[in-house]
Ligand binder design. Sequence first.
Ligand SMILES: CC(C)(COP(=O)(O)OP(=O)(O)OC[C@H]1O[C@@H](n2cnc3c(N)ncnc32)[C@H](O)[C@@H]1OP(=O)(O)O)[C@@H](O)C(=O)NCCC(=O)NCCS
Length: 146
Amino acid sequence: MFKISLTDSSELEKLYEIEKNTNPSPWSKKNFYSSFEVGHKSLVCKKDKKIIGFIIFSIVNRECHLLSIAVVRKFQRSGAGTILIESMIRQSKVLGAKKIFLEVRSKNKKAISFYKKFNFETDAIRANYYTGKTPDDAILMSLNIG
Ligand SMILES: CC(C)(COP(=O)(O)OP(=O)(O)OC[C@H]1O[C@@H](n2cnc3c(N)ncnc32)[C@H](O)[C@@H]1OP(=O)(O)O)[C@@H](O)C(=O)NCCC(=O)NCCS
């Protein structure tokens, strides 16, 4: 049903569209292009050849940083996020990472529950980390994979 593949640069506009419509603090279009240019890893999840979700991460010094993940609303809660995060974990292990780090808004209960399902643990809370129209604390989470 779902198929995972590496992101092609021609797909970045679509990733930005998904991000805008799903993420409480969306990346700008420029963020997507710079992320691709600096070599962050990016996977897309497709259903019937259409992109319905993506994950972006970077691996430095045996650490994987989950930078962004989103699934279009219509397809949320149907397992696409699971396939994306499991693919990232597999790739991270192959590339020698021992731990995965991420940060999430404290009010983003959906995402927190998602990460907990994969055994991510809370390391710290960074008060008032997110500023702007919808300020929030950041929850820093990690998962050992080594
Ligand atoms: C977080 C997100 C990527 C999860 O993707 P998804 O495809 O919906 O996740 P899955 O269907 O694979 O769900 C896996 C598990 O996560 C948890 N989960 C997912 N959505 C949930 C929700 N709305 N409420 C509670 N738990 C949820 C459940 O444990 C679920 O397992 P279950 O369905 O067997 O109970 C998706 O909700 C999303 O795109 N959110 C908006 C963007 C965002 O907030 N990104 C994270 C920024 S840090």
